[in-house]
Ligand binder design. Structure first.
Ligand code: R5P
Length: 331
């Protein structure tokens, strides 16, 4: 049986994380569910105060779908200069809110996190390092999250159910990874009129993307690159064989652009080998510092992205994709 059997008992809550309200409102509109905006105040020392408008909704016994993205953002304050809000602040807001929803005795809590921060450190790459995904999953579980819904999470490359943060000593928290890869591929095919390109996947770990977009773009070939991260802002491509891309359309797929260094290397590789046109299709455009201009300088002709982290390249809205997944899973 579905856990949410009565439509009138489901509410969409929106936190203040980057684009969360816009995405939540659109999901609510598409699904015909009530939208409740939580109020969030940030004090000068960065402490956060969230309030659920209890006069509008009694949380007890309700099914709550709480949307809170955790991307970093710039915020313009009336009294101060623009402020850089780190992703840890949205995570903190998420934890505080979740605890309150649970304490108010919601029946179920589904947390939608369009961009889930700290998902790249999903194992102890060097002995002694933290495993961020496990730590975050433990907190989410302990605070009462029944299920997590997220989009193209780095920690898990397949679409569908998985246990977020699972390690051999911790079962993880039930999570569903939604992919935007197919919608991005459709955009490239329908709006850029690109068919049968050479697809480049710069992070070997993202092999599953190739399968997801195969029937849409019908690539002539798929090239996987192997990379080594030398530092947070330096990336080196390994064992790159020369290939002939003369006159070809190239589409580079990845989950995110942070500093842009990974995709810049892939674009340079494509151009050096003769590519005519280089399009980048990516889910999350974090665009840290000069990331976007780095990509353009590297030869990228066009970037196509979703609005999980809104940017001038966000042409694929994520709300309908999330709403579709929620509808199929919850109803
Ligand atoms: C990582 O391994 C991801 O798939 C991305 O390739 C990476 O996070 C992008 O980071 P950056 O833009 O800083 O190279």
């Amino acid at each position: 049986m579905h856990i949410c059997s009565k439509l009138e008992n489901i509410f969409i809550f929106a936190g203040s994380g980057l684009n969360s309200r816009q995405i939540a409102q659109n999901i609510a509109g598409i699904m015909g569910l009530p939208y409740i905006e939580l109020s969030t105040r940030v004090f000068p020392d960065s402490e956060i105060l969230v309030r659920i408008p209890v006069e509008k909704v009694d949380v007890k016994e309700k099914h709550i779908i709480y949307v809170q993205s955790t991307a970093p953002k710039w915020e313009t304050k009336r009294t101060t200069q623009s402020m850089w809000i780190p992703q840890s602040q949205s995570l903190m807001e998420l934890f505080l809110t979740l605890d309150t929803i649970k304490e108010k005795k919601a029946k179920t809590i589904d947390v939608v996190i369009p961009y889930l921060a700290h998902a790249r450190q999903d194992k102890e790459f060097r002995k002694g390092e933290v495993v961020s995904t496990r730590a975050i999953a433990k907190i989410l579980k302990c605070l009462g999250a029944d299920r997590i819904f997220t989009v193209d999470i780095h920690a898990h490359r397949e679409t569908g159910w998985f246990f977020f943060g699972q390690t051999k000593d911790f079962p993880g928290v039930k999570a569903y990874n939604i992919t935007a890869a197919r919608a991005l591929a459709e955009y490239v095919r329908d709006n850029l009129k690109i068919q049968s390109p050479i697809v480049i996947i710069p992070d070997e770990g993202h092999r599953p993307i190739a399968e997801k977009i195969k029937d849409i773009l019908e690539p002539e070939d798929v090239v996987f690159l192997y990379k080594k991260r030398l530092s947070p802002t330096e990336v080196k491509l390994l064992h790159v064989k020369k290939i002939d891309l003369k006159g070809k359309n190239v589409v580079i797929f990845d989950d995110m652009i942070s500093t842009g260094r990974t995709i810049a290397k892939a674009a340079m590789f494509a151009k050096k080998n003769g590519a005519k046109n280089v399009v980048v299709a990516v889910t999350h455009t974090l665009y840290i510092k000069d990331a976007r201009s780095t990509l353009l300088k590297a030869g990228v002709d066009r970037i196509v992205a979703t609005d999980t982290v809104p940017s001038e390249d966000s042409v694929v809205p994520i709300a309908p994709i999330i709403a579709k997944a929620l509808r199929e899973i919850i109803f």
